[in-house]
Design a binder for this molecule. Structure first.
Ligand code: SAH
Ligand code: SF4
Ligand code: F3S
Length: 479
């Protein structure tokens, strides 16, 4: 998600790829290596893939050199994301020359978008597996081992991998993602996700609560509920239906509450909210529970109503800004972040300036910012001309990034002198003498360990003394 994106105050999640390790590699019959790109859903899916492969006697390795199976879990959101994957595949091509038995599988959104075409374009790829087809991986691996090319890109209406217990890869043991739904029914005209991830479906609420409780029992202190549009979570309990009762449905607000009730010491976050769907009920539930973090990622995309209409976002500028005001009214302390696209089809200079004024109004604590990248097959690609020249797109993006940098700094400066409850996630990257954690608003805080005996996963109170644009710096205080 990074290209030209100013990723602000996110010390622990920098970089697009990771090479995880799980389990004792000596007892497995084969070793696999998996690298993930794209959004948190993809990282979470890799943990499901690892669980399926573990069940078949394959063990994860961090060492590409010793892997028998190499998987790339890919992203199609922008052209640049696909280029990164292709570049990585050329590295693998070189490796395979010395190691012909090694099998290469492409998973995720790019696999879904390109389907069998991938095998024509990238001859070294042995398996192409879409996001709803991971249960078939063991069979596909067997097929590929016989020298055939193996493909499964079927999308499903009901697959949620609800019963699969993810293997936590590269985990800090404190924070974890829990996938609550898959797919997306919105048709934002710029977006490839509905095509690569299929129809929206919600995961069994019991299995979500069970997974979160299990994480807490294993020492985790924070779960992030994941979906492309979490506010449209809606799960009907068919067990009640079968008993002839009126079917009971669980909304997102109710799900949040159920997870929050597991323990006051388990923090709950969620991502992403679509501005059109986040309800007052969700905001009131957030306000009611201290352990539901006061932070909402609320992508605006554009601050101009005409552009929003072309984007098919189904809200206006005014509607969005009123939503921000409502959030601040109910939770004055709530952090808000955004996604912004510069230079969408036909966007004028004046419309671009409306995006900037909407940013100023919303006072985002941080944003992910992109210039528009046309994706084949999307509504925008079919209907509108990608007519904003690249240099204009990049200049507008640069202006947006500069405004956000200032807003992030101002937001951090407002926190100087305040004290926050912080969950320690680990040591600071820069120094073993410092801890790194987050406050409820999702801001990263770095502070000296001092003499006190604390460890990862502890809550401590930290007073902010200074800041950079990306990080708060402070010292521990007593609550
Ligand atoms: N489901 C989330 C976002 C998913 S994609 C939501 O609705 O907000 C993450 C972000 O990538 C989007 O919010 C958007 O800002 C950006 N994005 C998606 N398609 C894009 C494209 N074609 N060009 C540039 N940015 C894009
Ligand atoms: Fe894409 Fe819109 Fe769905 Fe988000 S809500 S995944 S931007 S179609
Ligand atoms: Fe990319 Fe697919 Fe996520 S396109 S952003 S990995 S849903």
């Amino acid at each position: 998600m990074l290209e030209l994106a100013a990723k602000v105050h996110d010390e622990s999640r920098q970089g697009e790829a990771y090479a995880p390790f799980a389990g004792d590699p000596t007892v497995y019959r084969k070793k696999f290596y998996i690298e993930s790109y794209g959004c948190q859903m993809n990282f979470s899916d890799s943990e499901i893939v690892a669980s399926i492969l573990n069940g078949e006697g394959f063990g994860a390795t961090r060492n590409l050199e010793e892997a028998d199976l190499v998987f790339l879990n890919t992203c199609s959101i922008r052209e640049k994301a696909e280029q990164t994957v292709r570049k990585r595949l050329t590295d693998f091509r070189k490796m395979k020359e010395n190691k012909p038995g090694m099998l290469i599988g492409v998973l995720g959104c790019m696999a879904e978008r390109l389907k069998a075409k991938f095998l024509e374009e990238e001859k070294l790829v042995d398996m192409v597996v879409g996001p709803d087809a991971y249960r078939s991986l063991p069979g596909l691996i067997e097929e590929a081992e016989t020298g055939q090319k193996a493909v499964n890109v079927l999308l499903s209406r009901d697959e949620t991998y609800a019963d699969i217990s993810p293997v936590r890869l590269d985990s800090n043991g404190v924070t974890a993602f829990v996938s609550i739904m898959r797919g997306c029914n919105n048709m934002c005209s710029f977006c490839v996700v509905p095509f690569t991830r299929g129809r929206e479906r919600s995961r069994d609420a019991h299995s979500i609560v069970h997974e979160a409780a299990d994480l807490f029992n294993r020492g985790f202190k924070e779960v992030t509920l994941l979906g492309q549009n979490v506010d449209s979570y809606y799960w009907v309990d068919e067990a009640t239906q079968q008993q002839g009762e009126t079917a009971r449905a669980v909304t997102f607000a109710e799900l949040l509450e159920k997870v929050a009730l597991i323990s006051p010491d388990l923090r709950v976050r969620f991502s992403t909210s679509h501005p059109k769907d986040i309800t007052e009920e969700v905001l009131l539930t957030m306000a009611k529970y201290e352990n539901i973090c006061k932070y909402i990622h609320l992508p605006i995309q554009s601050g101009n109503t005409r552009v929003l209409q072309l984007m098919n976002r189904t809200y206006t500028r005014e509607w969005y800004l009123a939503k921000v005001d409502q959030i601040k009214r109910i939770m004055p302390d709530c952090g808000i972040s955004s996604d912004i696209i510069a230079g969408f089809c036909t966007e004028t200079e004046e419309e671009h300036r409306e995006t900037i004024s909407a940013m100023e109004h919303s006072r985002y604590d941080m944003s992910y910012m992109f210039f528009y990248s046309e994706r084949p097959g999307t509504l925008a690609a079919r209907r509108y001309k990608d007519d904003v020249p690249e240099d204009v797109k990049k200049r507008r993006l640069q202006e947006i990034v500069e405004v956000q940098n200032r807003l992030s700094l101002e937001s951090n400066q407002r926190d100087i002198g305040r004290s926050f409850k912080v969950l320690i996630e680990g040591e600071s990257k820069r120094s073993n003498d410092d801890w790194m954690g987050r406050n409820s608003q999702n801001k990263v805080i770095v502070f000296p360990k001092g003499a006190a005996e604390h460890k990862k996963g502890d809550y401590v109170w930290v007073k902010v003394n200074s800041c950079t644009q990306a990080t708060l710096l402070g010292e521990m205080v007593t609550a």
